[in-house]
Design a protein around this ligand. Structure first.
Ligand SMILES: O=c1ccn([C@@H]2O[C@H](COP(=O)(O)OP(=O)(O)O[C@H]3OC[C@@H](O)[C@H](O)[C@H]3O)[C@@H](O)[C@H]2O)c(=O)[nH]1
Length: 225
């Protein structure tokens, strides 16, 4: 039972992974899908996952804000595969874990085509959950502090439900991520899918687009100009 009294547990067993998981070879190899892996955070996650010799990493990305350049050191590596794919289209591959990061995170980009942004959050997450159910994979969603909207509680605890404008110009991202979280929990309760959700607050670091309009990159860009 979570702090706000809702019962997020499930009585369902997770779907069984592919029979290949139990063969000797695959026991020691984890096939990991990273959607949005060509982006700022996604490419650093790929670097971390590739450090483990037992991981095979597959990145799907439509390069809306990410770039192959962020992954250049892995292209051609035997344990790495890069696929140009938009997660609003179904994806039929065999994997054991899914890190679902595909979504424009900068306001400049997600407000450029708000309908596409919410499609990516809703249909993209549905496609990834459908894949997780089919292959018995565990799935992590990178959510955001924007699910709290304009919070009335400081600091926000994870059980705080937020204060979000459903019809504003940022709602495609804020509400899109909230629906993505809803879908994650519904697949968990209804189908026993193993889920993880990380609500990422403001981040900065190498490979961040300096002019992507987020607060920290704005401060740095203004300081440099
Ligand atoms: O429709 C889309 C939109 C975006 N993407 C990709 O998703 C990736 C997003 O990476 P960005 O560099 O834009 O953003 P970040 O890495 O900072 O965002 C990260 O943290 C915030 C979360 O909300 C995002 O989901 C997560 O990607 C990019 O590679 C982009 O090309 C898709 O693959 N499909």
């Amino acid at each position: 039972m979570s702090a706000n009294g809702t019962d997020n547990s499930t009585s369902k067993k997770p779907p069984s992974p592919s029979p290949l998981r139990f063969s000797k070879f695959f026991q020691s190899n984890m096939r990991i899908l990273v959607t949005g892996g060509a982006g700022f955070i996604g490419s650093h996650l790929v670097d971390k996952l590739m450090e483990n010799e037992k991981n095979e990493v597959i990145v799907v990305d439509n390069y809306f804000t990410g770039t192959k350049d962020n992954l250049k050191k892995w292209i051609g590596h035997p344990r790495f595969e890069l696929i140009r794919h938009d997660v609003t289209e179904p994806l039929l591959i065999e994997v054991d874990q899914i890190y679902h990061l595909a979504c424009p995170a900068s306001p400049i980009f997600y407000k450029y085509n708000p309908v596409k942004t919410i499609k990516t959050n809703v249909i993209g997450t549905l496609n990834m959950l459908g894949l997780a159910k089919r292959v018995g994979a565990r799935i992590l969603l990178t959510s955001t502090s924007e699910v709290y909207g304009d919070p009335l509680e400081h600091p926000q605890t994870e059980s705080y439900w937020g204060n979000v404008n459903p019809i504003g110009v940022r709602s495609c991202y804020d509400e899109g991520k909230r629906v993505a979280e809803t879908l994650m929990f519904d697949y968990h309760r209804q189908h026993g899918i193993e889920i993880r959700i990380a609500r990422i607050f403001n981040t900065y670091g190498p490979r961040m687009n300096i002019d992507d309009g987020r607060v920290v990159s704005n401060f740095i860009a203004q300081a440099l100009r």
